[in-house]
Design a protein around this ligand. Structure first.
Ligand SMILES: [Ca+2]
Ligand SMILES: [Ca+2]
Ligand SMILES: [Ca+2]
Length: 436
């Protein structure tokens, strides 16, 4: 185990305040630092409906989830499910038709509602739906008798704006992940990920990670997915262009269409904010911004209980998926991130975590129960930055212990070993996660 503070190598920042996710990596060239600040302002600005007097900020919607990127990635951090009585804000719902797939296994959207539910519309454009969540309590106990209660979410669509959803529609709820270290993850060579993969479990350790294989929309070729909860996007650029289209209703060179369908006449009737609505310059600046947001260094990494927890993280089997150390290679356009030893605690591969976490919505190579191992770097600062402790793809877990207890499938043995640890060692493992 690495036992070092600098999870992002030389590009780590020492800041544990609520700005911890918002800082540029140290050592950027002056051009990249300038692009960072331009990207930062577009990441935080509210877009408006077209037409507006300022062409560089219009084109929002007509259907959208939020008015800005930071509306969901607040403080470049993590979203959460709504509290009782709130509407969805930093959690979004992907939808698709069961049993039907497109190129490279892409999910296909509903004929009327498309591939994502947008809960907001411009004036005169009905929003698509108001989604409500009910939680079912699941009580359990550790072998030593300590009790816990997990909560399983169930989703209901109300106030559907364009008639009923088609038959056989599956829904995949996801919270916005933190934005840190993404350029470093992009700079991990494909060969490293392929070497970590063990699709047939040839080494018989019960872990069979595999890459998602998705469509690169620029080359139209199949590519390894790295970003998003199911690794459905191959690059930060494509992830961001997809967010502009799906989440904000803004077209770009990568995704020139609006996000509405022909069946949504009030949306189709709206003016657009240009073709495309997001210029190449703005897309480029936000992409640089997102790639160089720094990873915060660990705190208290030498405390006795944290060190003990770090060892347990290895011996219990967490590190089989949450791989502690990777190395970056050269990126032609971002030499600042070159040759770093990084500690993301992820293999960026898909793993089957069992039916309890399944969204029953296959996407490209990923089955419903398969998720990308999420990086754990910086995760101990979620409460500080975002003021909540909600974890997992849909934010169902309240804190680290619940997140671990939801692990099943390939992670069954690791979870069982965690459950059997004495209480003080379970606490040490959680203290290690808090130090990240
Ligand atoms: Ca638009
Ligand atoms: Ca939609
Ligand atoms: Ca294996």
């Amino acid at each position: 185990m690495p036992h070092v503070a600098e999870s992002g190598g030389d590009t780590s920042v020492f800041d544990a305040t609520h700005d911890a996710y918002s800082l540029p990596a140290p050592g950027l060239s002056s051009a990249h630092r300038a692009a960072f600040f331009v990207g930062n302002s577009f990441f935080n600005q509210n877009w408006v409906g077209a037409p507006s007097s300022i062409d560089s900020r219009d084109g929002l919607g007509p259907l959208f989830n939020a008015r800005s990127c930071s509306g969901c990635h607040f403080k470049d951090g993590r979203g959460r499910p709504p509290a009782a009585g709130e509407s969805l804000s930093s959690l979004l719902i992907r939808i698709s038709r069961e049993g039907e797939r497109g190129v490279h296994g892409a999910p296909l959207g509903d004929a009327v509602y498309g591939d994502q539910l947008q809960g907001n519309g411009l004036p005169g454009v009905p929003k698509e739906a108001e989604v409500k969540i009910d939680y079912e309590a699941l009580a359990g106990a550790f072998p030593d008798g300590e009790r816990y209660v997990l909560q399983k979410p169930h989703y209901r669509c109300e106030e559907l704006g364009y008639g009923p959803l088609g038959p056989g529609i599956s829904m995949s709820p996801r919270v916005a992940p933190a934005m840190i270290g993404l350029g470093l993850l992009e700079a991990v060579p494909e060969g490293t990920l392929l070497a970590l993969a063990d699709e047939q479990d040839r080494d018989h350790d019960g872990i069979s990670g595999r890459p998602n294989r998705v469509t690169d929309v620029v080359s139209r070729q199949s590519a390894i997915g790295r970003f998003g909860w199911k690794a459905e996007q191959p690059s930060v650029l494509q992830q961001i262009a997809a967010a502009f289209q799906g989440d904000l209703g803004l077209s770009s060179a990568l995704f020139p269409e609006q996000n509405d369908t022909a069946a949504q006449a009030p949306a189709r009737a709206q003016p657009t904010g240009g073709a495309p609505e997001v210029s190449a310059e703005i897309l480029k600046a936000i992409t640089i911004y997102a790639r160089v947001l720094a990873v915060p260094a660990r705190r208290n990494h030498q405390d006795a209980s944290v060190s003990q927890g770090e060892e347990l993280f290895g011996s219990v089997g967490c590190a089989a998926c949450h791989v502690p150390t990777l190395r970056t290679t050269e990126l032609a356009d971002l030499p600042e991130l070159h040759a770093q030893e990084i500690h993301p605690y992820s293999d960026l591969l898909l793993h089957d975590l069992g039916p309890g976490l399944s969204d029953e919505r296959p996407s490209f190579a990923a089955q419903g129960s398969e998720w990308r191992t999420p990086p754990l770097w910086g995760i101990g600062l979620v409460r500080k930055v975002n003021g909540h402790d909600r974890l997992l793809h849909d934010g169902r877990a309240r804190g680290f212990q619940e997140a671990i207890l939801w692990h099943a499938g390939e992670a069954n043995p690791a979870r069982t070993r965690f459950e059997r640890l004495p209480r003080s060692e379970r606490a040490a493992l959680v203290a290690f996660l808090e130090s990240l």
